[in-house]
Design a protein around this ligand. Structure first.
Ligand code: TYD
Ligand code: MG
Length: 448
């Protein structure tokens, strides 16, 4: 006899299972979160579906060469892994005013040299976009523009299959009638994104969505938006001046190690050929200034780390960080207090990464520590050297990847030395290995 299916009730908030329904979850105390779940009747499984037909990966490898549309902007192509894949859904996220619309209009213009491109704006009027296009020198005949905030209309247009690339600026501004909630709400954003991506997949149109980010830097809207799309790119940097970094956050067709570096000029966002040189151009060698050899994805980058240490004038010492995580700074200050002779408990400490670059790799630790020590003691770094390495809580300097690339970049920009972790068999001219933070400070800081 077939087993009867049984239902149980699962809390959508915490996942707790209960045999009976109640208005409030017994575990997390949320109201109205229990939903019925029918347990699968296992005796009927064998007859239900049809068997899958798997293919050998070898034949797939031979067959599937994704057709790619080169964006024409080299830095962007590198981040995408060689251009847009036909039928892919891409998302570019960034703060308002960072340059998303500018970059996409430049891109649309370049791509439209060979392909049919549609730029749909739900935020700006045709007149505004016309002015921007004039400024950027865009205006090829195959570049079409439409202003609409109706996701259903846009999806129908995409499903018409006339375009190779469609840009929707922005996903927060469009609304579909199939979802009843207001524009910009979570269900609207994901509903519209799903609708547009279904149309794009159906006609093998490459789709580029623009997404705004919240103050905390998250993509506004649900995390599910990241799951709906194939590629997520993030455009970061300071809104006024400085460099913009385009980073691949997710890429179903390539690596996420690549970054592109741009500068906003009067004729749009332009790739920076030598970002390290641009970042160090105005450097003044003084105390508290250390050059860090960091990695932006797979490319090395030299940036200046600046620290300022002042006596606290009133009460609790202040710590501020720009371009690095404040928690990391606090941790390093605590470590310096304990492992070296520096006394920072009555000092305000400020750390800044020049050029609006944000650094999250631990390899910045040693440079940050040396900059703080240098500022606190009023001493400069002895050699004309770059610094990299992670610092542990015991004050030990730890190994970080890509030492070769960091040193090669330093050499290219005329630095004679490098201070980094002591690695077996790593001997290069001008390389000074250090084991711990104390010896690094004693050896390489000097009074002028
Ligand atoms: P925008 O691309 O509109 O940013 P987003 O779409 O991310 O909100 O433009 C950002 C800023 O760039 C805007 O304040 C004006 C400036 N800008 C330039 O400096 N040069 C230019 O050529 C253009 C088009 C804009
Ligand atoms: Mg915009």
């Amino acid at each position: 006899m077939a087993k009867k299916s049984i239902s149980q009730y699962v809390c959508t908030n915490c996942g707790a299972i209960s045999p009976t329904w109640s208005g409030r979850c017994y575990q997390c105390s949320e109201w109205n979160t229990l939903t019925e779940q029918v347990e699968v009747n296992t005796s009927s499984v064998s007859t239900a579906g049809t068997a899958l037909k798997p293919e050998s990966v070898k034949t797939l490898v031979a067959r599937r060469t994704h057709q790619r549309i080169a964006s024409g902007i080299n830095e962007l192509d590198v981040v995408l892994g060689g251009g847009f894949v036909a039928g892919s859904v891409n998302l570019i996220a960034g703060q308002p005013g960072i340059g998303k619309s500018t970059l996409l209009l430049q891109l649309a213009d370049k791509v439209s040299a060979k392909h049919a491109v549609l730029y749909v704006s739900g935020e700006e009027s045709a007149h505004q976009i016309g002015l921007r296009a004039k400024r950027l020198g865009a205006g090829k005949p195959k570049l079409q523009l439409a202003t609409s905030s109706n996701a259903d209309d846009i999806a129908t247009t995409i499903a018409g299959g006339q375009y190779d690339l469609v840009i929707v600026d922005s996903i927060q501004a469009v609304t579909t009638t199939s979802v009843s909630s207001a524009t910009g709400t979570i269900s609207q954003i994901s509903g519209s994104a799903q609708l547009l991506s279904a149309a794009a997949k159906q006609t093998s149109t490459a789709l580029m969505l623009v997404g705004h980010v919240t103050k905390e830097g998250e993509i506004a809207g649900p995390k599910v938006l990241e799951h709906v799309v194939d590629v997520v790119l993030q455009l970061e940097g300071e809104r006024y001046g400085g460099l913009r970094v385009l980073r691949g956050v997710k890429n179903r067709y390539g690596s996420t190690n690549e970054t592109g570096i741009f500068e906003m000029e009067d004729k749009g966002l332009n790739p920076v050929a030598n970002p390290s040189a641009a970042l160090l151009a105005e450097r003044q060698v003084s105390d508290g200034s250390v050059v860090l050899a960091t990695m932006e994805g797979s490319r090395p980058l030299l940036v200046e780390v600046q620290a300022l240490v002042n006596r606290t004038s009133f009460g609790y010492p202040k710590r501020a960080a720009s371009g690095i995580d404040l928690n990391r700074l606090n941790l390093l200050i605590a470590m310096l207090e304990r492992r070296t002779k520096l006394s920072l408990s009555d000092q305000d400490v400020y750390v800044n990464i020049v050029g609006g670059i944000k650094i999250s790799e631990p390899a910045a630790d040693l440079a940050i520590c040396m900059a703080i020590a240098s500022a606190s003691r009023g001493m400069k770094l002895k050699k004309d050297a770059v610094v990299y390495g992670e610092v542990g809580l015991s004050g030990e300097v730890r190994h970080v990847p890509f030492a070769d690339k960091r040193l090669a970049e330093a050499k290219k920009l005329g630095f004679v030395g490098a201070i980094g972790p002591n690695l077996k068999n790593f001997k290069k001219p001008g390389f000074h290995p250090v084991r711990d933070i104390r010896s690094a400070l004693n050896q390489f800081l000097e009074k002028d």
